[in-house]
Ligand binder design. Structure first.
Ligand SMILES: *Cc1c(COP(=O)(O)O)cnc(C)c1O
Length: 367
């Protein structure tokens, strides 16, 4: 087999066979129904409820608006405890709702929000917790639930990385009051751009579906100050096609993951997240922490880049170090997140990445 074409990027979107997608969207030229909860939208919503083992789900045009509107739906005020070790979207969704993020540090092994540090941050202003299943590592959901219950707080998960994962056979979105999934092109499962909110209380349907359509309830009633978060039919059609292949794609990712682990995990100073046997994983990302290895993260990044292989410093910097939030937070209060963000590299990970290329990447790291 020849060398995989360069450049090798950190990810590569999964796509269905072209003919399948073309066939599916053909009918849109007859119906002229392109968006606003059309047939594909309804079918995809149903199929995803089944796939994700949830009763209540609303599709969105992207994951970010899904999260922003999920938060808005709970009509919150005050402070929201969240993690600085995430993508910009999580914190921005909180701030854009007029809420104040309070950053909780992360666990040193799986990088999710550390529940042991959570309670000390709760004040009379705290209204919710927004944890992130970062890299598909499932948060300490039971501990978080216990604390949230005790203090009467909502829990809204950013599950952008956790599509299709289960814990003890339960869908990841069965935890908390709501969970957001992202179906962006770079994610395990994509609808080009897209997202969804799964929610516990059926009565929230009114709020969540209303918000994504300007708060319009019927011909003459606008009941909420909503926005436009609707997924269109081209996205939903892509979603229906991709859903048929997602298990196979995850199976291929697993082989890539296992190869990386096999090659690197016994090396001193190279660290992987622990594998929780209760969790069925989706292998969304391949985070590796270089701590105590003879080369640091920056050197490995440079050496791979020189070979046209582009890992990501994901997540660096931490959100509480962003320019737009400068002077507002104290990054020194979340030292574990700060340390991990300076040592982590997410290596190329996608279904069609060849094991030969994984070997090449490992050879460069180890040479
Ligand atoms: C991708 C992502 C989002 C945003 O989703 P989009 O679909 O890109 O809008 C939010 N949070 C996390 C952690 C993500 O990785």
């Amino acid at each position: 087999m020849g060398k995989e074409e360069r450049p090798i990027r950190v990810t590569r979107s999964s796509m269905p066979p072209y003919e399948e997608y073309a066939q599916m969207i053909k009918g849109l030229w007859d119906s002229h129904w392109l968006t606003n909860m059309g047939d594909f939208h309804q079918r995809l919503e149903q199929e995803l409820k089944d796939y994700l083992h949830v009763d209540n789900l609303a599709l969105f045009v992207n994951g970010h608006l899904a999260l922003e509107m999920a938060i808005q739906a709970f009509d919150l005020k005050g402070e929201v405890i969240t993690t600085p070790f995430t993508f910009a979207s999580t914190t921005h969704a909180i701030v854009r709702n007029g809420l104040t993020p309070v950053f909780c540090d992360i666990r040193p092994d799986d990088y999710t929000l550390d529940p042991e540090k959570l309670e000390a941050l709760i004040t009379e202003k705290t209204c919710a917790i927004v944890p992130v299943h970062v890299y598909g590592n499932i948060c300490q959901v039971e501990r978080i639930e216990e604390i949230a219950k005790k203090h009467g707080l909502k829990v809204i998960y950013d599950a952008a990385h956790a599509f299709g994962e289960t814990v003890h056979g339960k869908g990841v979105a069965s935890f908390g009051d709501a969970s957001m999934f992202s179906f962006h092109a770079t994610k395990v499962y994509n609808t080009i751009e897209g997202g969804a909110v799964a929610y516990r209380d059926k009565a929230m349907a009114h709020q969540i579906n209303g918000l994504k359509n300007f708060g319009i309830m019927d011909e003459e009633t606008v009941a909420l100050v909503g926005g436009n978060g609707k997924m269109n039919e081209f996205q939903a059609a892509m979603g229906l096609c991709n859903l048929k292949y997602v298990d196979r794609e995850i199976g291929k990712r697993k082989l890539v993951y296992e190869r990386y682990r096999e090659r690197l995990e016994t090396v001193e100073g190279i660290h992987f997240c622990p594998d929780d046997p209760a969790v069925v994983r989706n292998y969304a990302y391949m985070p590796v922490v270089f701590d105590g290895y003879r080369k640091d993260r920056e050197q490995i990044f440079a050496e791979l880049s020189a070979e046209e292989i582009y890992p990501r410093k994901y997540f660096y910097p931490c959100v509480n170090e962003y320019q737009c939030y400068r002077e507002q937070f104290h990054p020194e209060d979340t030292p574990v997140a700060g340390r991990i963000s300076r040592k982590v590299l997410t290596l190329p990970m996608y279904a069609d990445l060849s094991l030969e290329t994984v070997d090449e990447i490992c050879d460069i790291i180890l040479r």
